[in-house]
Design a protein around this ligand. Structure first.
Ligand code: AFD
Ligand code: MN
Ligand code: MN
Length: 429
């Protein structure tokens, strides 16, 4: 296995940080013990949990107005994997990469799988792209893709999704995430009912191509690029589609894809109730699909989502197996730092949700003791689980201080010498 950051350097810096960490961990352990919680069990749970990183998040993102490239940012899937390996090596919560096609297309996917494995990485859900035209493509997606009124366009979109499944099989993936930008910009532009019917017919053809053990995850999004109506605009449309398509199909919740102030944790509970909670794209937002770093704007919401997930896990209603992924655009930071910070924020909410005294919460809810129920949740939210996450990282070979260690490694500066520079331009990704 090749590691992009020197293991000796990580070990040295960890050794220097260990006395303070041991002290903090012991203090937190005593505090949790008084609440009847064994800190080592929380740490073990943290170690067993992981979230995938998006290949497209490894490069600098941009807005509609501009992209400001970063010297040394990756420009192809091989370099992106190397950067994802840094994130995993230092943080130890992100062992898988979710690829996007055709952005990550290569000649030999078996070799790509080996390359990832040699970096300590595997592949998560494959993402199709029918929201953008590619060079040499016969049909344009200007009229939509799976829901287009034009049959040849729908067929092309179906075939692309099937191609993605085939690539995914070579990569060891077991899920296809489908997000379409289909929709309209003007009232009357399309029939709202028939466009959904066309989407369902085409999606059924993709569904029929799913291999055994695979899942199809439908990602809803309220608006953008369509600004009047989107075909799969919300969790209701997504749920209707997933129910109609079949057992292997479920809904994916991207935290940035809802109306402002939507109660996302309730959506999570509802989808779980329907047996259709397929997965997540974690990010944060203030206005819309901002794709900001997870936990940077509304960490409480993220915690409440994980509180519902902890409830769901305790009441699995059959299978409970959501796919956890990050989907962010890093416009002003080094993406490696952003994804390490985000993974820590997400893992922190996962760990804090495990601290909720569920019996006490349920009793307070049953008794209609509003304040006690609220404070039961709040005391878990207010617990600083940093020492648990840092200890889990260290014991797995990661860095206690991932930011300081990453910067000391000069990884980005080294890559700025080796990698070709990225051109200027606009870009949502
Ligand atoms: C979109 C969606 C979807 C898609 C991504 C591409 O969140 O996950 O794959 O952006 O950048 O808004
Ligand atoms: Mn997404
Ligand atoms: Mn998005």
């Amino acid at each position: 296995m090749t590691h992009p950051i020197s293991a000796e350097m990580i070990a040295e810096r960890n050794a220097a940080a260990l006395p303070a960490l041991t002290d903090d961990y012991a203090a937190l352990g005593r505090k949790l013990e008084r609440r009847g919680i064994a800190i080592d069990a929380v740490k073990d749970r943290a170690k067993a949990w992981s979230v995938a990183v998006p290949s497209w998040g490894a490069g600098r993102g941009g807005t509609r107005f501009a992209k400001f490239p970063l010297a040394g940012e990756p420009t192809n899937i091989h370099e992106k994997l190397e950067d994802c390996a840094v994130i995993q090596q230092l943080g130890r919560t992100t062992p898988r990469v979710s690829p996007h096609f055709p952005w990550d297309c290569v000649e030999d996917y078996g070799a790509l799988r080996d390359e990832a494995a040699s970096l300590g990485l595997g592949f998560d859900a494959v993402n199709s792209n029918t929201f953008q035209d590619q060079a040499g493509q016969a049909q344009t997606y200007a009229t939509g893709s799976l829901s287009s009124t034009i049959q040849a366009t729908r067929e092309q979109a179906v075939q692309h999704n099937i191609d993605c499944i085939e690539i995914g099989q070579k990569l060891g993936s077991t899920a296809l995430t489908v997000w379409v930008g289909d929709g309209t910009n003007f009232p009357g532009q399309q029939d709202l009912g028939r466009s959904f019917d066309r989407y369902l017919d085409a999606a059924a053809d993709v569904y029929a191509a799913l291999p055994d053990g695979w899942r199809m995850l439908l990602e809803h999004k309220m608006f953008e690029p369509a600004f009047y109506s989107s075909v799969i605009s919300d969790w209701g449309s997504s749920l209707m589609a997933a129910l109609e398509l079949g057992d292997k199909c479920a809904c994916l919740v991207d935290l940035g894809h809802h109306a402002p102030n939507a109660n996302i944790e309730q959506i999570v509970a509802r989808l779980h109730r329907a047996g259709k909670l397929g997965g997540f794209h974690f990010n944060d937002s203030k206005y819309g699909d901002d794709d900001l770093d997870s936990g940077s704007i509304n960490p409480h919401q993220l915690f409440l989502v994980f509180n519902e997930l902890a409830e769901a896990e305790a009441n699995p209603r059959g299978a409970f197996n959501p796919a956890y992924m990050i989907d962010q655009s890093h416009n002003v930071t080094d993406p490696i730092e952003s994804m390490l910070s985000s993974a820590e924020a997400i893992a922190g909410c996962h760990a804090r949700a495990a601290l909720v005294d569920r019996a006490a919460l349920h009793k307070a809810q049953q008794d209609n003791d509003v304040m006690l129920a609220f404070r039961t949740l709040r005391s878990a939210y207010e617990t600083d689980v940093g020492p648990i996450l840092a200890m889990a990282r260290m014991e797995q070979g990661g860095a206690v201080d991932w930011l300081g260690t990453y910067r000391a490694s000069q990884f980005r500066q080294r890559k700025a010498q080796e990698r070709k520079s990225v051109g200027l331009g606009a870009g949502i990704v």
